[in-house]
Design a protein around this ligand. Structure first.
Ligand code: PLP
Length: 442
């Protein structure tokens, strides 16, 4: 081999070497029992997530298996990410073929999947002429872009009385991500305090309170950021009246309305986008979780020419965002959601959950927004229910001490939903029995 081709020729590695490598994850990661993996985890992974509940090795549809071969029905879907479940054959093959064709180019270049996905998102969101898309890799990054959009709007549109338009309003209970800008928008003190000072200008106002919003919207406000349904706060919806008022009042005040649909978007609630389904067109919308069907991607959509021209060349960027593989994954996911009318399934299975949960005595409230479902328990035993569910082969989540959240694959079947509903009373009983003294001292 000549030196000119060394390092970039397909002939560089010998066919024998390649033949000896099995192209599987186990070949590069190795194998082990759950116990062995968890010991290695605690010695090598930063402790920010606490101790993982299980070591998962394989998935198919709404089912996953752990390293010991135990099977689970995944009713959390990677927190509203695995829109079509695990290892969806169409999504998987589109990703593999895109990666085998062209995996990454910098944003000095573009690719057909990036352009086609931007067009598709503008079509699905009913965005007017002049609307635009920016691709990121996650929800928090999409919200960072939205944060900068709000700042740019504030600079371009000073308050009529000459004050800086530098305030960004967010809501109590909000979750917008963990990077500094998105964290400043996030309400939870425990997430914020260790990392103060936060980026300035963010104010949190009362949830779902139109009067509080009206009072807060003075000439210094650049943007209001809201989630149509607060997922991390226990699946807590804004009322339709609030959404409409938020649109009207921000327009009157000259502030942007930014809707964070990272969790609620892309069919999760039974509509493509919860805010748009409620009849409001935001100035900007952020997406991530379900968009790539399990592959990391985020997006900021700006509606109309004004918001879409706020960030100009050189003012924002990303290396990975909008890469060919991530955008192919999202196109494949949207294609299946549309071609198989999965949103109709979301609405049908949501009703099964809502009706089934309502018949369970220990469940005191049900908030079913498509397949983003929160339900409250009579006692604060949600963590115990999560543990009992895992033992029984179900993955669910406890965002609050008395609240269980479900965010399963959007193609979950009625039978799969029914199997959980049948097991749930027993799971709650197990959790209550494990905490016999709860309530006695408080
Ligand atoms: C999950 C979430 C985020 C953050 O997304 P990451 O991909 O974890 O950064 C932001 N906003 C909402 C509403 C979310 O649910």
């Amino acid at each position: 081999m000549s030196s000119e081709t060394a390092g970039n020729s397909p002939e560089e590695s010998s066919p024998e070497d390649a033949g000896q490598l099995q192209a599987t994850a186990a070949a590069v990661a190795g194998t082990g029992t759950s116990e062995q993996w968890l010991a290695r985890y605690s010695n090598s992974l930063m402790g920010v997530f606490g101790s993982p509940q299980r070591v998962l090795v394989r998935g198919a549809g709404a089912v996953v298996w752990d390293a010991d071969g135990k099977e689970y029905l995944d009713l959390l879907g990677g927190i509203a990410v695995n829109a079509l479940g695990h290892a969806h054959p169409f999504v998987t093959s589109v990703i593999a073929s895109q990666l085998a064709t062209l995996g990454h180019v910098s944003n000095f270049f573009t690719s057909p999947t990036q352009i086609a996905l931007a067009e598709k998102l503008l079509e699905l969101s009913g965005a007017p002429a002049g609307s635009k898309v920016f691709f990121a890799n996650s929800g928090t990054e999409a919200n960072e872009a939205a944060f900068k959009l709000a700042r740019a709007h504030g600079k371009a549109n000073p308050s009529p009385d000459g004050r800086a338009r530098s305030t960004i309003l967010a809501l109590e209970g909000a979750f917008h991500g963990r990077t500094m800008g998105a964290l400043a928008l996030t309400a939870k003190q425990a997430y914020r305090e260790p990392f103060e000072p936060m980026p300035g200008g963010v104010r949190h106002i009362a949830f779902n309170d139109i009067d509080a919003l009206r009072d807060a919207l003075d000439g210094t406000v650049a943007a209001l950021v809201i989630e149509p349904v607060q997922g991390e706060a226990g699946v807590r919806p804004l009322s339709a009246e609030y959404l409409v008022a938020a649109r009207e009042l921000t327009t009157q005040a000259g502030a942007l309305l930014i809707v964070d649909e990272v969790q609620t978007g892309v069919g999760r609630t039974g509509d493509w986008f919860a805010g748009i389904a409620a009849g409001i067109q935001p100035d900007a919308m952020t997406l991530a979780k379900g968009l790539g069907g399990g592959f990391p991607i985020g997006a900021l959509i700006t509606f109309g020419r004004g918001p879409s021209s706020l960030l100009s060349a050189g003012q924002h960027g990303t290396t990975f965002g909008g890469n060919p593989v991530a955008t192919a994954a999202a196109l494949a996911t949207l294609h299946v959601l549309e071609a198989q009318d999965i949103l109709a399934n979301v609405r049908a299975v949501s009703r099964i959950f809502a009706e089934g949960l309502a018949t369970i005595d220990a469940v005191t409230a049900v908030r079913a927004h498509g397949l983003l479902i929160g339900f409250d328990l009579a006692r604060p035993v949600a963590a115990g229910v999560v543990a009992a569910a895992l033992d029984a082969g179900f993955i669910v989540n406890a965002p609050r001490p008395s609240t269980i959240r479900l965010a399963p694959p959007l193609n979950l079947t009625a039978e799969q939903a029914a199997s959980f509903l049948a097991a749930l009373p027993g799971l709650i009983q197990t959790a209550v029995a494990a905490q016999p003294t709860e309530g006695a001292s408080s």
